[in-house]
Ligand binder design. Sequence first.
Ligand SMILES: [Zn+2]
Ligand SMILES: [Zn+2]
Length: 248
Amino acid sequence: MKLTILGNCGPYPGKGAGTSGYLLQSADTNVLLEYGSGTVAQLWNHIEPKDLKAVILTHMHWDHVSDFMMLATTLQFAKMKGQLPENFCVYVYMQKEPAAMAELLENCPAKELFDFHYVKAWDNIIIDKLQILFTPARHPLPCVGMGVREYERFLYYTGDTNVMEELTLYAKDADAILADCGLPNEAWNENAPHLSAGQCGKLARDAGAKRLWLSHLPPYADQKQLLAQAEEYFEFTMLTKVGDSYLI
Ligand SMILES: [Zn+2]
Ligand SMILES: [Zn+2]
């Protein structure tokens, strides 16, 4: 598997870095994971519209959703220019709540090019060689994390979540954890919507993960400090960077 960072900030874009968006690739399968602001412009640096197979959205916050209409509009024009194969269709996996948001996405431009599905925790989907298990998350809106397996390789993505004891089980023995490092330690509290940097490190350590990639970075925070707070618990930690690709 290969994971490319298309956007790594949240809940709003930073300088030159959009919000959550990741390209997950397995052989010739391309899955867009989240489509936050600036994601689609980055996506076309890596694949052609005709090669997009599926998009997965963990929840309906704007920092994860805002580029969906731009994705739909790009595909609409690709279709008009004859750049898409006959029967081209992108599978969309998303939450059904809030219903107004789901309805907005389902009525996007060129909606006939999409096949919409609702997901919830403990649903399983298979996209070619990728096996994806959605897991619970603790966030103000319905949200999921996910374990992605390709043969023996295992990537765990937390989605947006506050800390939960069970996260350690969901991420157990992951080859890599892509974590919602939404808060510096000092900004975290029991009702926060995100993990702190230190909790990301602790999660990777307790789960026995091999690597930890910090994302959903708050633009107002000192990134070196976030890294140091995670590294206090887990040595093999890295800040994600837009445009970078990592093998799993
Ligand atoms: Zn977010
Ligand atoms: Zn969120």
